[in-house]
Design a protein around this ligand. Structure first.
Ligand SMILES: [Zn+2]
Length: 412
């Protein structure tokens, strides 16, 4: 997901306004085809796609007539079948024709507020949740359907979103003493029923947005608590280390979201390291898809292997690091490496992963010394330093962290 550190990469600047969408809708169903997976691409459409997986769309890129689609939970867009949709994908090398549609200007996306003040002494407050219903439109935030402390709305997605925001808030508050996403009690807003058959969930820098899924590949996105935790953690990163969303820093950014997304689920269900699935997005795939989830922290590269989606591309160590310009430099691919480092740390220490492993990772993320352009090595060193700071030099925690990074072949 595209979170928006303050730089000029359009991929990092999703729009607040989504009204000028160019996505044709409603999208018609048809036989399954192999989509072309793209990431943060400039797309020009000459015909309605049969199916467009994902998107938030930034239209009217200043120096081109292209339309920028970016996307989060899967962080991928797919268009198909060939011949029905024309795609120009600058980064992934796919091709297509173009007939730009009129677009509206996009407001500059507000940058994150940077590092938070020291938060550990702040007593977290209760969540302040508001759930909106976009009613199938792509207009945010939509109609307010449930506010904090109100009873269930009766809408499954709205109520799942409400609960998911609460569970995520509780992990950060109870375990890490963090007062909401920004550390300062940020109200948690979410919009459900966004778009038509919309295959995504994302944090747009201000709020959560959930699609209903296409029913063919994806179920509704509120189904997965780890995805809700993942996306909200992008907000935590935005307000703490502000990691760039590119290359290794971007993969760390993604990994942080997977780590804390998994922990939200584990904390809610009181799962130990060995009880937990370590999957992100379990339950999102329809039964037609050969796959259990979007990603696995325990065994990167094994979450799915499907004739339409392809195989989970994540490496599990630097030996299989993927050098690519696609996916912002492989942010959703190489995140498998730090993901596994976290899992291995937790596996070695046993017990509950939100305790020592979570505290170490959280300290590295929010401690103020992690640069926005951190490499894996810099991040690994930061986690080792946090382990020493929290538990002492050569403590079991410190040893577990060092051993984990060694196993995934990241040198400290
Ligand atoms: Zn993400």
């Amino acid at each position: 997901m595209c979170i928006t550190p303050p730089n000029n990469d359009p991929c990092l600047q999703p729009p607040r306004q989504l009204r000028a969408t160019v996505i044709p809708s409603p999208v018609k169903r048809g036989p399954r085809v192999r989509p072309r997976w793209i990431e943060c691409a400039f797309i020009r459409l000459s015909a309605p796609p049969r199916r467009l997986i994902s998107t938030y769309s930034r239209v009217g890129h200043a120096r081109s007539s292209y339309i920028l689609f970016h996307h989060s939970a899967l962080h991928t867009a797919a268009v198909g079948p060939p011949g029905r949709a024309s795609v120009f994908c600058r980064r992934a090398g796919c091709q297509g024709s173009a007939k730009p549609r009129p677009v509206s200007p996009v407001s500059p996306y507000p940058a994150g507020s940077g590092r938070s003040p020291a938060l550990r002494d702040v007593r977290p407050g209760p969540p302040k949740r508001s759930i909106y219903d976009a009613g199938g439109s792509e207009i945010l935030p939509g109609k307010l359907v449930r506010e904090e402390s109100e009873p269930a709305s009766g809408d499954q997605s709205a109520d799942e979103a409400y609960d998911g925001l609460g569970h995520t808030h509780r992990l950060f508050a109870d375990i890490f003493g963090r007062n909401s996403i920004d550390g300062e009690g940020l109200p948690l807003d979410a919009t459900v029923h966004f778009g038509k058959l919309y295959d995504n969930a994302f944090w747009d820098g201000h709020q959560m947005v959930f699609g209903d899924g296409d029913g063919e590949v994806f179920e509704r996105f509120t189904r997965s608590l780890s995805v809700i935790g993942h996306e909200l953690t992008h907000g935590v990163t935005q307000y703490s280390a502000g990691l760039a969303y590119r290359n290794q820093a971007g993969a760390i950014n993604e990994s942080m979201s997977d780590v804390f997304g998994a922990l939200v689920e584990q904390y809610l269900n009181s799962q130990s390291v060995t009880d937990a699935s370590w999957l992100i997005g379990e339950g999102l795939f329809t039964p037609q898809v050969q796959g259990s989830a979007l990603r696995s922290l325990k065994a990167p590269g094994t979450a799915y292997d499907d004739d339409v989606l392809g195989k989970d591309p994540q490496p599990d160590s630097m030996d299989s690091y993927v050098r690519t310009s696609a996916d912002n430099g492989g942010v959703h691919i190489n995140s498998g490496i730090p993901n596994r480092a976290f899992y291995l740390t937790a596996e070695t220490l046993g017990g509950n992963a939100w305790e020592a492993p979570g505290r170490i990772w959280y300290d590295a993320l929010t401690g103020g010394s992690l640069p926005a352009t951190a490499t894996f090595r810099v991040f690994a060193t930061a986690t080792a330093a946090s382990a020493v700071g929290l538990y002492g030099n050569d403590s079991p925690e410190h040893d577990a962290v060092r051993q984990a990074w060694e196993t995934v072949k990241v040198k400290l």
